[in-house]
Design a protein around this ligand. Structure first.
Ligand code: FES
Length: 99
């Protein structure tokens, strides 16, 4: 789906953990772009179980929400990847926590 432009120098790579799978991505990417390039075309499922994917890539639509290092609802288009980042792709609604 996505191909880097020809002629650009190869970028250093970093490894992420995406739902327990090690994924190698270019280190200068936002998390949303890195996931798309790695073949994760649906980065979460909504409350009806429908697949959702990053849409605007500029922090407006909130279609790119994922869990990063245990923090829910991170806009993946607004964070840069870093080595060792642990990413969980939401699969529908979360359970309501008791207080
Ligand atoms: S892709 Fe729209 S807010 Fe991230």
């Amino acid at each position: 789906m996505f191909k880097p432009l020809d002629g650009l120098a190869p970028k250093p790579k970093v490894e992420l953990d995406v739902d327990g799978t090690t994924v190698t991505v270019a280190q200068d990417r936002t998390l949303a772009i890195a996931l798309l390039e790695a073949g994760y075309h649906a980065t979460r499922r909504n409350h009806r179980g429908e697949p959702c994917a990053p849409y605007c890539l500029m922090g407006v639509c909130f279609e790119c929400l994922v869990q990063v290092d245990g923090v829910d609802n991170v806009q993946s288009c607004q964070v840069r990847v870093r080595a060792g980042m642990k990413v969980c792709l939401p699969q529908g609604p979360r359970a309501v926590k008791e207080r």
